[in-house]
Design a protein around this ligand. Sequence first.
Ligand SMILES: NC(=O)c1ccc[n+]([C@@H]2O[C@H](COP(=O)([O-])OP(=O)(O)OC[C@H]3O[C@@H](n4cnc5c(N)ncnc54)[C@H](O)[C@@H]3O)[C@@H](O)[C@H]2O)c1
Ligand SMILES: [Zn+2]
Length: 665
Amino acid sequence: MEELIAQLNRYNYEYYTLDTPTVSDKEYDVLYDELVQLERESGAILPGSPTQRVGGELLKGFSEHRHLARLWSLDKAQSVDDVRTWNQRVLKLVNDYNTKNPNTPLPQPSYVLELKYDGLTLNLTYTDGKLVQASTRGSGEVGEGILAQVKTIRSVPLTIPYQEGTIEVQGEGIMNLSVLAKYNETAVDPLKNARNAAAGALRNLNPKVTAERKLNAFFYNVGYSDTIGFQNHQEMVDFLRANHFKVNPYITFFDFIEDTIAELSNIVAQRDQLDYLIDGAVIKITDMRTREALGYTDKFPRWAVAFKFEAEETTTVLESVSWEVGRTGKITPVARVEAVELAGVTVQNCTLNNIGDIERKNLKYALGSRVFIRRSNDVIPEILGKATEDNDGEEIVFPTACPACGSSLEQRGAHLFCNNRLGCKPQLIGRITHFASRDAMDIESFSVMTAEQLYDEVGVRDPADLYSLTFDQLIGLDRFGEKKANKLLEALEKSKACDLSSFLFALGIPNTGKTTTKALADHFGSLDKLMAATADELITLQDVGAIVADSILTFFADPRMQTSIRTMIELGVSPTAAAVTNEPKQETIFTGKTVVLTGTLPTLSRDEAAKKLEAVGAKVTGSVSKKTDFVIAGESAGSKLTKAQQLGIRIIDSEEELLQMLGEA
Ligand SMILES: NC(=O)c1ccc[n+]([C@@H]2O[C@H](COP(=O)([O-])OP(=O)(O)OC[C@H]3O[C@@H](n4cnc5c(N)ncnc54)[C@H](O)[C@@H]3O)[C@@H](O)[C@H]2O)c1
Ligand SMILES: [Zn+2]
């Protein structure tokens, strides 16, 4: 217990006083919970235990402010069961109170749900309508006066309409994520995390530094007033709004705890769409008399509980960096980290984006050091920066030669490239695999392994080579029986009658994705016309700017590409543009609606289903949001389906039903 107390107090100091934590909240919480557990089991609380107090030490240089009413921490629930346990305790206390006070019983508890903003607590003091002090939470009783710093926040009102005596209002100072990203674009010292960025700026003695960070704030409580009282939370929120405090639009009231709990998953689903960090949601009892009756422990109110979300950040050790070659020749650093659990999965690989990013994030000498990693949505976790200040790690040596083919590398912007387009195996394998992929030529049963095998054993170097493969060549290969060989040849044959936009996408023209290739196909109508197009003609298209136009021209001017395309055409590949119709063929339930496809349907490929939907005027998009009208979920649909369920979006989970709705079955 002594060790834990020493360790936790050091982390508290780094977090609350210095605003530069060296462990993640997740790691801190594990140790804290361990201490709570030991205190409970032993019945002993040792001196200096962080479970008995709020916050950390005050910084020198700021004046002290004694809060007119105490500020609190929040009890936390890690699971919905913890929320239910908290609620049971509330019900029991209400019941006890009502037994003792039969003439003035408390109402049946009702609940308010708010987001838990992750920033720095602010306590604002107004006297006769004027902002006279602003302070941090500090110890809960005394905080640091940071009036000049808080005045730089544009959303903090300097005067308010309510002018009767003194009130204190609490909120959270935050940095919007978009503001942080913008700040980091040009910053010499990029900021790792919005919470520490906000806290550090507010507790900077120089208000100019605070102003540069363009902070924001949300207010959620009137902690003290000489004159005014509220019956319930809604009245208090109305008062805050009427007095021009920025109140978060998401505040929801519930009569039943189970409804409140059900709503938590909606917040989790929308977490990634918010422009600020939240680390949970707060459930509070709405009735003020009940709050008073329930009271406080040493540390937190009994009438509120914070439901903590799964952490998205943690720390781990950066073990090694390897360099991967993509199909365009771009070299991507991939970090191998000590295995660590984050948001329910074990993380072992993280992206480092590019060499520019490694330098910007001060990771050049970070091999073997502890680093912060962050995972949001389904993307590969990213390394945010080092967890220590020292530069004692080993150097990440940037390659000068391609790890695959040995050619010397060229730096363009923040990226390294291998220019050996024709002789660098991973580039060729990448191009062939991309060519055959589902969104491209959709050659069934073709995988990276097939591409590698054909490369190694039959000498396939270019997508065009696929169309002269013979049965005899294939049957001689490992793991290729008669059936498999025929299947691949059939799939290749079938792919010859492709549509132009898929063919263009399959070619892998740099800087052109599916939307662009579709626009090109629609506009030009034939491969020949596109290949003869000029830059002026290309940039008339909506999706095509100067860079994309240049990529397209350079690509088709390359004699090797011309040969490859000519060979394919000679071997029977015949890309044709779908007839462009501006009017959808027929009105269906999907006309004008936004649809997301996920998982595998029994017979239709995702592309075929998308085409059918587009033909009746639906917009097919890649990610589920509130704007999605339908989600078509095939077999092994994953997170998109979960999200659709959470958002209450209509889900169609059978191909038959889909075809029926399309009027085809
Ligand atoms: N990484 C570290 O080294 C380290 C060290 C210390 C603490 N911590 C983190 O801090 C947590 C404890 O911190 P705490 O006591 O400062 O905060 P808390 O999690 O107990 O929450 C209380 C605070 O939540 C804020 N809040 C945000 N939205 C709110 C809302 N709608 N209603 C009411 N309050 C709201 C308020 O500022 C309030 O002071 C730990 O669980 C840990 O995750 C991390
Ligand atoms: Zn190479």
